[in-house]
Design a protein around this ligand. Structure first.
Ligand code: MG
Length: 261
């Protein structure tokens, strides 16, 4: 019995500024029947910003139904190291605001920070990268928002948080101390736990085999691959067993009819 649905966002609900046809309507229909959550590796926005962003596609939800790697980074920092830590951030406003509000982090641009949090940063500069490297070389704890090599945009794939993290890893010779986002089950487990939902009662809908489907399978959710984002139908055959979806759909607009919801 399915009691909740968790949607990935990029490539599942929308690509860039365009909603995937029929998906906002399908989400509205499902929301009348069961809890609907959203989980994204994208760290550029805070949960609050995602409420507004989803509203721009006609999707109504609240902050507690949204899980992001920006919030996850802040929660990880808070739970493991406490408040008021000095943090160097490669990332955008959403990541900084979650770190400041959840963990009361002190965001700094100086290279003596004890923590480096790295996410997608569309205003990245050589100077920022150089200062981040100085932090790492002095032993800063390296928190990577997610390891996605790319993310889908209207113009095609763009470099993701993982690509920036890889640059810093290469330069410093250090792997991240922790990677918050999918395929780690950290964000998903935190979301389900906060709503008292057991993994076997939920389904996850994603567009990447090695990220979304791997996480859903590992966490014990039913996994649904949609073909509206990064992974293609022909990728499924060559995927390892850990990355094979339970269900494959053209888009998430067909979710209810495929699952009898
Ligand atoms: Mg996606």
């Amino acid at each position: 019995m399915i009691k909740a649905v968790v949607f990935d966002l990029d490539g599942v609900v929308y690509v860039g500024k365009h909603a995937i046809p029929g998906v906002p309507q399908e989400i509205a229909r499902l929301q009348k029947k069961l809890p609907v959550f959203f989980l994204t590796n994208n760290a550029t926005k805070s949960r609050k910003q995602y409420v507004l962003h989803l509203a721009s596609f006609g999707i109504r939800t609240q902050q507690s139904n949204i899980m992001t790697s920006s919030f996850g980074c802040a929660k990880y920092l808070l739970d493991n190291f406490g408040t008021k830590k000095k943090v160097f951030v490669i990332g955008e406003e959403g990541l900084k605001s979650e770190l400041a509000s959840v963990a009361q982090a002190k965001i700094t641009s100086s290279s003596d920070a004890k923590f480096l949090v790295c996410g997608l940063d569309r205003a990245i500069s050589y100077e920022k990268l150089r200062n981040a490297l100085l932090c790492l070389n002095k032993g800063a704890h390296f928190i990577l928002a997610n390891n996605d090599p790319t993310w889908p945009t209207e113009k095609g794939l763009a470099p993701g948080s993982g690509a920036i993290g890889a640059l810093l890893s290469y330069a410093s010779g250090r792997a991240p101390d922790v990677i918050i986002g999918k395929p780690s089950t950290y964000l998903l487990e935190m979301l389900l736990k906060s709503h008292n939902i057991s993994p076997s009662d939920a389904i996850f809908v994603g567009d990447r085999l090695d990220i979304d489907i791997r996480m859903a399978n590992k966490a014990g959710l039913k996994s649904v691959l949609v073909l509206s984002g990064v992974s293609k139908k022909e990728d499924i055959a060559s995927a390892p067993p850990s990355d094979k979806p339970n269900i494959v759909l053209k888009t998430a607009a067909h979710l209810g009819s495929a699952l009898g919801l």
